[in-house]
Design a binder for this molecule. Sequence first.
Ligand SMILES: Nc1nc2c(ncn2[C@@H]2O[C@H](COP(=O)(O)OP(=O)(O)O)[C@@H](O)[C@H]2O)c(=O)[nH]1
Ligand code: SF4
Ligand SMILES: [Mg+2]
Length: 416
Amino acid sequence: MTERDIIGIFGKMNSGKSSLMNLLTQQETSIVDPTPGTTTDTKIALAEIHGLGPVKIIDTAGFDEKDLLGDKKREKSLGALKECDLVLLVIDPSMLDFETERLILEEARRLEKQVIAVYNLFHNSDRDYIPKVDALLTLPRINYGIVLNALDIQYRKPLLDAILSYYIPRNTAFELLPFVEQGEFYILNIPMDEETPAGRFLRPQAMAEEFITRKWGFPVSYRMNLTKARSGDASEMKRWNDFLNSFTKRPRAIITDSQAIDIMKVWAPADMALTTFSVMMINYMSRGRLTDFVDGIKILSDLKPGDQLLIAEACNHSRIKEDIGTVQIPNLLKKFYPGVIVNHAFGREFVDEPDMKRYRLVIHCGGCMISNQRMAARLRDLGATGIPITNYGIFLSFMQGEKTLERVIRPWLTPL
Ligand SMILES: Nc1nc2c(ncn2[C@@H]2O[C@H](COP(=O)(O)OP(=O)(O)O)[C@@H](O)[C@H]2O)c(=O)[nH]1
Ligand code: SF4
Ligand SMILES: [Mg+2]
């Protein structure tokens, strides 16, 4: 069976949902009528969107229908909201209140859906009402908007383009380490201490090992003794150099635990690419939006005492004494940005509007324990609120100087 992306069309009755369905499918799949409540049930169309593939489009009844069947219809519409991957929220900006839209947006956000707002203009002058709508729906839940007239076929292409450029399809295949090549060696630098749990690698380490192996490359792990390396113990450097010299073919890249970046920036030979597991993870989890996280770090140069930062960690792992999120990063912040206030969010908890607005920056972990959808939802919320985000690996690399940051990002931007 074909896996279809599901697009749901939601909004008030008579906002133009069925017209939008017809615009998308270019045929009369939905009954369009000015009598409110014509779409008595959800209507489904199967279509093929060029560049996206097979989709299922669901046209729903208005969330605001108040007739006897209203509740039933609303239940159906809610079911469609749960089921769909992309929400097209049709808004007639000339309306006076937007409670229905707010309800849909809140539910869509709770369900971590991608949302495109479709401002459907019944009259050209309705465009003037859009700023008012945006002001009334201040929540960071509309991630992208398009203005059109659902009855005008010329808007079909802009609508499809909007979907293609904004929407991240459910089955996007995404390369964990796009630079890995068959027959090449890759070093995984994994410092372990007494507190590192035995019996398994951490998820990012295991993922990297698996990916390189699957691609017919050769992952080779090295256990760095960080304490010795940091203390300048010559035996540790010798062990590292002996390890490097044991290859008859030079490894292409080193993927290091971010905690060892202070050592690796010096020890990694210039002919080998260098990056971190954390940078790899955030690129993967955000589906390639690494540069957003690099941009986020720029805010550091502008921090003032009293500014609030959020350190967000997507799981509740047991804390070791040198824990990155609760010890190392806060200590660095204290040292280099005195007076800055650090808050934490762990596991499933994350900030909501209006709380989010008080943060100047969010520093996020690699996010390996949450789904791509949840990570994407967090990024969308922050993006819509204009709060910059960066991540552990980028932060720790930046603390070693801009050159180091540039180096760990390079493998993702230019081919090795
Ligand atoms: N002028 C104009 N009329 C529209 C537009 N979109 C929908 N309509 C009309 O508004 C009425 C309700 O549209 P419909 O698509 O059934 O709304 P639904 O209840 O949200 O499905 C119909 O008579 C449509 O022809 C638009 O963009 N411009
Ligand atoms: S979810 Fe975040 S904190 Fe937890 S193991 Fe993954 S990267 Fe580390
Ligand atoms: Mg309808």
